[in-house]
Every structure is written in C-alpha cells, then in structure tokens.
Design a protein around this ligand. Structure first.
Ligand code: NAD
Length: 436
C-alpha cells in the first residue's frame, strides 16, 4: 500500500463520518481536478491541521452536573490565524466541525483575508439552556481550549446557537486568564466591548449584496431580468443571525419576501410579508407561527416554492438529491454553510439555476469579523458606513473573480470559488514549503 492510500484510510476513519465533511472534500477535489492542482497539495488540504476534543462539565440550574462534548478544529493556518465560529447544536460532531473549518479556510482565502480556517462546536441544544448555564458552558469551554486560541492563533466567532453575548463571555474568560483585556481573541462581540459596527448584520447583508451582483451578472449575460424590486419574489429558510437580516435587507430593497421560517416551521403570504413587523413579532412571541396575515408553511414546502430567489440560511443539507427535482428558484443564495449537496448543486446548475456558493455568499460575516479583529488590535474604530463600504468592495471583487473563473474553466460557481481559494492557499503553501 502506498503512503498516500494509507493516509487516506487513516483520515477517512477519523474525519469522514459527516455528510458535510464528505461534501466539502468532494467539492475540494472537483476544484483541484479542474485546476489541475498538484495532488500532494490536495492531499494536505483534504484534512485538518489540528483538532481538540474536550469535555465541558457544567453545573446545571437544578444542581446536577452535566458533561458536554466540545470541539475546536483548525483546518489550515498557512495564510494566518484560524478563524471561525462556535456552534451550539445537539447534533454537532468532530467531523461536521472539521468540514466547517475547511469551508472557513476556503472562505477566508477566497475573499483575500490574512486568515486560516477554524471552527468549534459543543454538542448541546442551546434552546434548553438557561442564561446561567449558557454562560457556564462557554466559560469552561474557553478554558479547556485556551492553549490553542488567541488573537495570533485562532479567533472564534458566533455561529448557530451562539451570539454576541456568548462572545463577550469568551472574551472575558480569556482576558481573566491572561490578566488584561484581549478584545482580539473573538469577533462578533457586542460593540460595547470592542465589537465592530455592522458585524451583527454583516453575514445577511453580504447575502443580499451577492444576490444583487448575481442579478446584474445574469442580466449582463442576457440570462434573466431579475431586479431588486417588488417584481422579484424571495423565500428565506432560517430566521436567525443570517436569515433574518437577509430577509430584512431583501425587503428593505423592495423585494417581495413571500416566506420565512425557523426550526419550528414557516409563514407564507403570496403578496409578501412585512419583515420589519415579522421581526417585532418574533421578538415578542419567540416563534414565527401565528404572524397575522400569514399562512403556515413547512420548511420542506418553503424550499420548493415557485420563487425567484431562495436563501437557505438554516443548516447544511437542506437541498439534496431527495428534493432537488422540486426546487423552482432561479437564484439560490447559500446563506447557510453547505445547504446544497454537491449532487444537487450539479443538477441545479445543469438546469440553469444560478447558485451563489456559501464560501462567497455568507462571507460577509468573516469579512467584518476580520475588520473587527483589525480594529481591536489597533484600538481604532470605524463608522458603520466605512465598514459597509469596505464589505461591499471586498464582496464585489470576490464575486467578479469567481464569475471570471467560472467562465475560464466552464465550471459551476462553487468549483470556481474553490479554485480561487485553493489557488491562493496553495501558492502560500508552496512558498512556505513542507516542514521539516
Ligand atoms: P442561528 O442560530 O442564529 O439561526 C439559525 C436559524 O435556523 C434559526 O431561525 C433556527 O430556528 C433555524 N433552524 C435551525 N435548524 C433548522 C432546520 N432544521 N430547519 C429550518 N430551520 C432551522 O444561526 P446563524 O448564525 O443564522 O447560522 C445559520 C447558518 O449560516 C449556519 O449554516 C451557519 O454556519 C451559517 N453562517 C453563519 C454566520 C454568522 O455570522 N452567524 C456566518 C456564515 C455562515
């Protein structure tokens, strides 16, 4: 058996148990094959650099002690410190976190940041935690992984089930351990403790910017006449950090957002929902169900609506070979990470659906996270207009780069995005060489 095939057996045993990881590797391999990359570089990119598994014991409100599984994975740090969110989800596992860390490496590279890719997760249902339990969990997790995080090493951020408050507690725990304030250890913090203006909205905002670029591109190519106005219908799956802001910004631009959903189901109005009022309703009622003037819709049906733009912004694996034949949207803006499986993506692109891939579509979050990190290191803060303008510039140039590669290689958008990302990473890897 050759060394390469031995390594493959080993890595598949350790990492390959989740669909998300396998999908990320499939997409990586499709890109590296298309660009004819040296297989030795692909070999290094298909596995993470380092992972830490920790047990996080927490005293619950009822006095009992529960142990939670926690993970932090750094996929590739050739370009800079690892960067990526912390996910609280009852199903998260090492393989999923590794796949998400890989996507972060590609995302940071694609948009030109001096950062690598990382991700963290704790296997817990965040909705069942009290505020005190959530705080205890994140503080103990931070201490468990403290040796591998830091402003020059690995900088966490929020993801599914975590938020700005979670990041404030992480930053405080790290700072307590060091003995001085270290705002640059996390991003996505509240503005009052060194967060950046515009960070909370940045991912959803980026989804809408890239949708606008997609429409302009399709019009230039004579493929569609979709506009950011009331003639264009939108459905958004997931109404959290990403989905709610994307829905709000689509609506603010005048588009007709006919359906939105959360984990418990969705709401639909064929004439369009008032997303400002939906947000107020959710803040008061904690669920979307029952929003006045709407009909209930399941998450499955929402994905299959006859809309112009579909934004899956909840979890991975929303569109797979099981439901791909029923998808009718003309543009799919991947707000979530990995919501469209590779097979479904090929099928949709063959049918002329334009897909804005996750690494481009939801990169707004990590771009403004990078701005937050830079502002924190300099202790010099920018206005929201400045943040938004810089975000728009970075996304526009990344979008243009991806469509140029798509045309050059005659491939899909995801492959083109990964070619761009891998090209930058592999040049840096070759220049740095293989230690020792
Ligand atoms: P969140 O926890 O704030 O919101 C998730 C939303 O999806 C909630 O409305 C939840 O009810 C809903 N949801 C969860 N499971 C669902 C299911 N099975 N079906 C339908 N809806 C479901 O999370 P978020 O930060 O908005 O992240 C959403 C996605 O975007 C994830 O894939 C995440 O990795 C990705 N992402 C987030 C950011 C960020 O800045 N927060 C950046 C890039 C990518």
């Amino acid at each position: 058996m050759s060394n390469i095939s031995k390594n493959k057996d080993f890595s598949s045993h350790l990492w390959d148990s989740s669909e998300l990881y396998r999908d990320a590797v499939t997409q990586l391999e499709s890109a590296t094959k298309t660009m004819n990359l040296d297989p030795n570089l692909t070999e290094r990119l298909r596995v993470p650099k380092r992972a830490m598994i920790v047990t996080v014991p927490v005293r619950m409100d009822d006095g009992s002690v529960k142990c939670f599984e926690g993970f932090r994975v750094q996929h590739n740090i050739t370009l800079g410190p690892a960067k990526g969110g912390i996910r609280f989800h009852h199903d998260v596992n090492l393989s999923e976190v590794a796949g998400l860390a890989m996507l972060m490496s590609f995302k940071c590279s694609l948009v030109g940041l001096p950062l690598g890719g990382g991700k963290g997760g704790i296997r817990v249902d965040a909705t069942q935690l009290s505020r005190a339990e959530h705080q205890a969990l994140i503080r103990r997790y931070t201490m468990e992984i403290i040796n591998i995080i830091g402003p020059e090493k690995d900088i966490p951020a929020p993801d599914v089930g975590t938020n700005a408050q979670t990041m404030a507690w992480m930053m405080d725990t790290y700072s307590m351990a060091k003995g001085y304030p270290v705002p640059g250890v996390v991003t996505g913090k509240p503005v009052d403790v060194g967060g950046s203006l515009g960070r909370a909205e940045s991912t959803g905002r980026g989804v809408v910017y890239t949708t606008e670029h997609a429409m302009k591109y399709l019009e230039k190519k004579g493929k569609s006449k979709l506009k950011m106005d009331s003639s264009t219908t939108v459905a958004v799956q997931g109404f959290g950090n990403v989905g709610s802001i994307a829905a709000y910004d689509y609506w603010q631009k005048g588009m007709k957002v006919v359906a939105v959903s959360d984990v418990s189901g969705g709401i639909y109005n064929k004439n369009g929902l008032d997303i400002g009022k939906v947000m107020e309703y959710l803040a008061l009622n904690r669920v979307l169900a029952g929003f006045p003037g709407s009909e209930p819709i399941t998450n499955a049906d929402l994905l299959e609506l006859n809309v112009d733009v579909l934004t899956p912004a909840a979890m991975e694996g929303a569109i797979t070979s099981k439901n791909v034949k029923n998808i009718k949207a003309k543009i799919i803006a991947e707000g979530a990470n990995g919501p469209v499986s590779p097979e479904a993506m090929n099928e949709l692109e063959d049918c002329g659906v334009f897909i804005i891939p996750d690494v481009l579509c939801n990169a707004g979050g990590v771009i403004v996270s990078y701005f937050e990190w830079v502002q924190g290191l300099q202790q010099f803060f920018w206005s929201e207009e400045e943040v938004n303008q810089k975000l728009a510039d970075v996304l526009e140039s990344a979008f243009n780069k991806v469509v140029a590669l798509k045309e050059q290689y005659k491939c899909g958008m995801k492959t083109a995005a990964l070619i761009s990302a891998v090209d930058r990473m592999s040049k840096a890897m070759l220049l740095r060489g293989l230690f020792p």
